[in-house]
Write a protein that binds this ligand. Structure first.
Ligand code: GDP
Length: 528
């Protein structure tokens, strides 16, 4: 009984946005409501400004902080909320995609003036494809921005979502008077005082009441009545089922910086957002309320203390109860592991705990056993899917710049790849190593970390690769496949799992190769 209650009261979600839309600010306000922190400024942004390596180094120095903000847990109205941090910087988009495999729902933050931005589009597309329930929060209403209807249109078109507003702004920018909460039928007036955390709301269930005119003025009241009537005509009624199934996205408006409209968002969120959901594995669907524990690693954070090569693997509990000191099967290695000090995350702190429930994130100390995607069970041979590698965008040879330290270099490369920092390809022809990344920034990150954490030095050399494709022949014994391997040997490599990869040097040569070898599949992700 308690077990089911614990599952039902958990909400594990991620906030996604384009950098600067207000994700960090919103996170902080949510924590304030949960009483998890007492003051603004407690949540450190771990974002990286455009291309600035110095920022990354700074983040490295503050590693403790960025680890802590990876998972922020707090309680609100007896609901256990876990926020999973997702980097907004595009060079770290893969991190975000992986984190999205561990959330049960998502809040999308949009800047009212900038509207839908590039990174939002990419992240929402992933959520939409996975049918992750999404709530949209339009932020910065205290500034001049786009008209609410225009913005809702843009969200529908650019993000291909079906929206319905659950709150509606009264004015905007200089004229911003507050919001009408459609979900709760009340008006919340904007005072611009961010310290006021209990907002005074005025119940207005019948919009025709003259009280509304007294409250916001006759013009604004008339306008609001018209706009709300229009929303009713244009947008579908909210349905929790439709939302949970990923078919309808409710929209809230507010100003995170002013702590305005955030309470409305949170109150609705705890009511409608799904508790931990059933998850697909390679052999069956796994329900959260099953007796036996299963979970998977979605993130690895390394070397909090540079003196110890210690890593923290973040495991999402999918089913059953995770218990301290109980042996669990590491399915890929086929061996049992016990964890004497599993961490739970509360606000900015982590703490050793005895048991964890589905939806929770456990931090496990690791000396190199884990890589992203690894599954833990009580003995069942199952693997969670859904964290494939995508073709990187950038490719470079990596060379050893200090021959005395080659062991350190290879160990460092291996561990960084397990963490998912980048992908390693080894050329079939001569064994040379190629690093593939999503963003150029990763090369500096790798170089810096190899030096500071492993004492190894590397240099890079350009290589002309357009895309990596994972190869699947219809018949591995065919003459066609043998020919392909011989003719294209220069372009063939293996990834870390030993899968064969074709490194195409241009989209044209990729097309030609595909035409020439029709019985060979060229996949753009590593799982097919
Ligand atoms: P993130 O990159 O999405 O995490 O964005 P931040 O939370 O760091 O916010 C980016 C900038 O927008 C910061 O300077 C914030 O102070 C500011 N900001 C956030 N929310 C609001 C808001 O509601 N109104 C205004 N005017 N500024 C905001």
């Amino acid at each position: 009984m308690k077990f089911k209650q614990e599952i039902n009261r958990r909400r594990t979600f991620g906030i996604v946005s384009h950098p600067d839309a207000g994700k960090t600010t919103l996170t902080e306000k949510l924590l304030l409501f949960g009483g998890a922190i007492n003051e603004a400024g407690a949540v450190k942004s771990n974002k990286i400004k455009k291309g600035a390596t110095s920022d990354f180094m700074e983040i490295e120095r503050q590693r403790g902080i960025s680890v802590a903000t990876s998972v922020l847990g707090f309680e609100y109205k007896n609901i256990k909320i876990n926020i999973l941090d997702t980097p907004g910087h595009k060079d770290f988009a893969e991190d975000t995609f992986r984190t999205l495999t561990a959330v049960d729902s998502v809040i999308v933050v949009i800047d009212v003036a900038k509207g839908v931005e590039e990174q939002t589009e990419k992240l929402v597309e992933v959520c939409r494809m996975r049918k992750i329930p999404m709530i949209v929060f339009v932020n910065k209403l205290d500034r001049e921005g786009k008209d609410a209807f225009e913005l809702l249109d843009e969200i529908e078109q650019k993000l291909r979502l079906k929206v319905t507003p659950l709150s509606f702004p009264i004015g905007m920018g200089y004229d911003f008077k507050g919001i009408y909460n459609i979900w709760e039928s009340n008006v919340n007036l904007f005072t611009g005082d961010p310290k006021k955390d209990i907002e005074e709301t005025v119940e207005i269930s019948d919009l025709s009441t003259p009280e509304l005119d007294d409250l916001i003025g006759t013009d604004a009241a008339e306008n609001l009545r018209e706009e709300l009537e229009l929303t009713q005509g244009v947008y579908p009624d909210f349905s929790k089922d439709e939302y949970v199934n990923g078919n309808l996205q409710p929209v809230f408006f507010g100003s995170a910086l002013n702590n305005f409209g955030v309470r409305e968002l949170l109150d609705c969120f705890v009511e409608i957002a799904p508790s931990p959901r059933t998850k697909e594995s390679d052999i069956r669907l796994v329900k959260p309320d099953e007796d036996k524990f299963t979970g998977f690693v979605f993130k690895i954070h390394a070397n909090m203390d540079p003196k110890h090569r210690d890593r923290l693997a973040f495991v999402k509990v999918v089913s059953g109860k995770f218990e301290r000191n109980k042996p669990y099967l590491h399915v890929r290695h086929g061996k049992n592991l016990k964890f004497s000090s599993p961490n739970a995350f509360f606000a900015e702190k982590k703490q050793v705990v005895d048991e964890m429930y589905p939806g929770d994130i456990v931090g496990l100390h690791d000396t190199g056993n884990f890589k992203i995607g690894d599954t833990l069970t009580e003995g069942e041979q199952l693997n969670y899917r859904g964290i494939p590698n995508f073709s990187p965008e950038h490719f470079r040879y990596i060379n050893n710049a200090d021959p005395m330290k080659s062991k350190q270099l290879y160990k460092g490369i291996e561990q960084l790849m397990d963490e998912g920092v980048a992908q390693l390809f080894t050329l079939e022809l001569n064994g040379r190593k190629i690093i593939g990344t999503v963003g150029a920034l990763q090369y500096e990150v790798i170089q810096y970390r190899l030096e500071h954490e492993y004492g190894a030095k590397c240099s890079y050399e350009n290589i002309n690769v357009h895309k990596a494709c994972w190869i699947e022949p219809k018949d591995p014994k065919s003459q066609e496949f043998a020919d392909f391997k011989r003719v294209k040997s220069k372009y063939l490599a293996t990834d870390k799992q030993g899968q064969l990869v074709f490194l195409a040097d241009s989209s044209f040569s990729l097309q030609m190769t595909q035409q020439k070898y029709p019985n060979i599949h060229f996949h753009f992700t590593s799982e097919f």
